[in-house]
Design a protein around this ligand. Sequence first.
Ligand SMILES: NC(=O)c1ccc[n+]([C@@H]2O[C@H](COP(=O)([O-])OP(=O)(O)OC[C@H]3O[C@@H](n4cnc5c(N)ncnc54)[C@H](O)[C@@H]3O)[C@@H](O)[C@H]2O)c1
Length: 278
Amino acid sequence: MYNLLKGKRGIIFGALDSNSIAWKVAERAHEEGATFVLTNAPIAMRMGAINKLAEQTNSTVIPADATSMEDLQNLVDKSVEILGGKIDFVLHSIGMSMNVRKGKHYTDSNYDFTHKGFDISALSFHRVMNVLYNSNAMNDWGSIVALSYMAAQRVFPDYNDMADNKAYLESVARSFGYFFGQQNKVRVNTISQSPTPTTAGNGVKGFDGFIAYAEKMSPLGNATALECADYTISLFSDLTKKVTLQNLFHDGGFSNMGVSNPIMENFMSNFENERKEE
Ligand SMILES: NC(=O)c1ccc[n+]([C@@H]2O[C@H](COP(=O)([O-])OP(=O)(O)OC[C@H]3O[C@@H](n4cnc5c(N)ncnc54)[C@H](O)[C@@H]3O)[C@@H](O)[C@H]2O)c1
């Protein structure tokens, strides 16, 4: 390991179980010498897995519902106290769509579900930065990262209203990132990650197909959760000080592909079969 985060203090949102991207980020941040607070929604605490991660990484767990300003204020105040100083890095790794969960089609959204999903998946990023900014809790040259998906730019029909949530999330990274950069050189970015087998990922309809298709389309194959953690660590480190207001694709090249040979071969063999049947 490289000691990339030696002496740095952080807050990591969203480690639910060992498949979570945030879980891998916590493990890697610990290996790189950081100290941090782990947080998740109070309801997610019931599974108990986060305590295992806390033990493993010598960190404290502070429950916070990312839609509650009161919880977030408490989280930030306590984190500064426990860690013994201002924060250097924050990971927002939170996502949930009620419409997806309840099987509501995009063209027939339940708007109470839409509101709830937006609040949790998108507005929460603004809320987190609001509390950090107004509490002056970030150290100069700190780094804030949220996780996104390419459905913010392109159509993936079954990604449902999460596509709209991710578009907002990426926009907030730019808009808030401006003020954070001005105030104390804090950088704000989103990482647009490959489909990854986690609890949130597996909730998307037809996720197995999603993953297999992206794997065949990407010249480097899909990026794993651990590889995403490595990339996140680089963004928390001092090696990326002038990277801000960006949506950074971490997807094995998928986002710039038109079509790949393996996808075309699959398509043509189906196409030939259909022709024979006619
Ligand atoms: N898995 C994928 O394919 C994929 C791809 C691109 C981006 N992402 C994004 O990565 C991030 C992490 O997701 P993951 O794939 O690791 O899945 P995950 O299910 O492990 O993590 C999602 C987390 O959000 C937390 N959460 C939900 N409601 C909350 C609330 N009210 N307050 C605080 N936390 C709350 C959950 O408890 C959970 O820990 C999400 O933003 C997701 O959209 C995932």
